[in-house]
Each structure stands twice: as structure tokens, then as C-alpha cells.
Design a binder for this molecule. Sequence first.
Ligand code: NDP
Length: 278
Amino acid sequence: MTASLIDGKKIASEVKERLKAKISGLAADEIPGLAVILVGDDPASSVYVGQKEKTAREIGINSRVYRLPATTAQDDLLALIGNLNESPDVHGILVQLPLPGGLDRDAVITAIRPEKDVDGFHVVNVGKLWIGSDAVAPCTPKGIMALLDSTGVELKGKEAVVIGRSGIVGKPIAAMLLSRHCTVTICHSRTRNLPDVARRADIVVAAIGMPNFVTGDMIKPGAIVIDVGINRVDGRLVGDVEFESVSAAASWITPVPGGVGPMTIAMLMQNTFQLAGI
Ligand code: NDP
């Protein structure tokens, strides 16, 4: 079998076009507002924040970026979040992670009002996601669900194996697959016989951060494979999935780049729009 490509770039651009059309019809005081806080000068974080700012501008979302020095005190960061919580023209607040050492990530995320938590990382939204109540879903897993739905394959009853158990990808995508009635297994660095577990899956989501970790012999013929990984190897971006061998076995596969990455930003825009409550 040779897998069909799930074109995240195209699907993300359709999402953004739809949002842009909706926003262009709004009155000035209805325009969704996104506040992004970047603390420190981590180069990858800077690039991500720049992409978010650019995309927001392109589709008509009001975005404000607060670039703070790495030496920012926890209290000053919390005070800024407090102000943004009160600001009526800010609907979504995002603190770019990771934070520099010395800042308490959990306290910072918890300071964001759950109704403005555009990343879906606040404990209230995490809890809502797991109990299946209406929540702001984290952007990367939400994008993965949109990619899976784009295949037209019925998810109900499928065996899904998620490799990676982080709070931003592995756990929330497991919750979302479960709420769509998949039978979900989460693998991690202590999982025994991971290739055997992966071979059971109709859907594999790889979110590990190790280049080419998932190989063709770990894939059941006809499975759908979503590659979340972003790894830089010799200046090139590669995923967690060995594309060539896996696409020979799978029915659908996402490329890196051009798969999950563009969806993450598109879903951030969708979440901002959703939080504006229009
Ligand atoms: P984390 O480092 O937080 O988590 C990695 C997970 O992989 C952990 O649960 C870890 O297990 C597991 N793992 C590590 N080594 C192995 C192994 N040998 N076998 C099985 N499991 C293993 O990463 P993230 O979830 O934040 O990100 C994962 C990847 O996705 C990265 O490449 C990141 O850059 C990318 N990413 C891409 C995004 C996008 O928009 N496309 C968005 C977010 C992330 P354990 O818990 O036991 O340590």
C-alpha cells in the first residue's frame, strides 16, 4: 500500500480563509483579540511567536505580542496576565512555552482566566476535556483531529496508539480520540514492546521528539499515521516517523513539514475566534 498524503498546509489554509471571511464581516468592536507573551529569547519560541503574530494579522485578528526579558520576575508576569484577564478586547491569552528557569509554569498558566486560555492548558480546561465537557481544546491535538476527519475514515471503534504522553500533545490527543470512541493506548519511554503495541493500531499518533522513531515494520497495513514530531537533522526538518517505510504500509500519512505544524497555528486562530464568542 502507498499512503495518501494528508495535506495539513492546504487544510490549515482553508480554515484560515474561512475565519478571515467571517472576521471581515465583523464590526470593529467585535474583532477577536489575541495577546501573546514571550519571555526570554529562545530562538525557536521567537520563530513560533512571529508566525502566530503574522497569521493573526493576515486573517484580521487583533494580536498584541509582549516580548519580555528572561529576567522578568514572576510577579510582574502574573500582573501582566491579570491586566489582560481584565481587558475586554483581549479574548485569548497565550504564554509561549517553555518559560525561562525561575518562572513557575503551572502558576503562570493557572493565572490565565480559563475563558481566555486559548492554548487549553489551564487545569480547568484540561479537566473539561477529560470529562467530555465543552472546553478550549489544545491547538495541536485539535489540529490532529481535523486532519483525521479530513480522511473521511470513521474513527469510532478504531484502535489508536499515541506515542508520547506530554500535556500538550500525547495526553490531550488521547482524551480527544477517546471521546470519539477510539480504543486508546498511550505509549511512553517505559512502554514494553512498543513496536508490538503500535502494530495493533488503526491510528498511530507519534509525538516523541526523536527523528524517524516510527518505522514501517511498526505499522499495521492500512493504518493512518500522524507525525507530530519536529526535529532538526543536518539543518532539515524531519518528523518522528520514517516517512518512506511508513508510507509503504499506511493508508494515510502526514508529512513533516506541512502536516500537523500548520494546523497548530490555524487552530490557535480558531480558538481565539471561539473565545471571542461571536
Ligand atoms: P515531550 O518531550 O514533552 O514528550 C515526549 C514524549 O515522548 C514523552 O512522553 C516521552 O516519554 C516519549 N518518549 C521519549 N522517548 C521515547 C521512547 N524511546 N519511546 C517511547 N516514548 C518516548 O514532547 P512534546 O509532546 O512536547 O513534543 C513531541 C514532539 O512533537 C516534538 O518533536 C515537538 O517538537 C513536536 N511538537 C510539534 C508540534 C506541532 O505543532 N507540530 C506542537 C508540539 C510539539 P516519557 O514521558 O516516558 O519521558
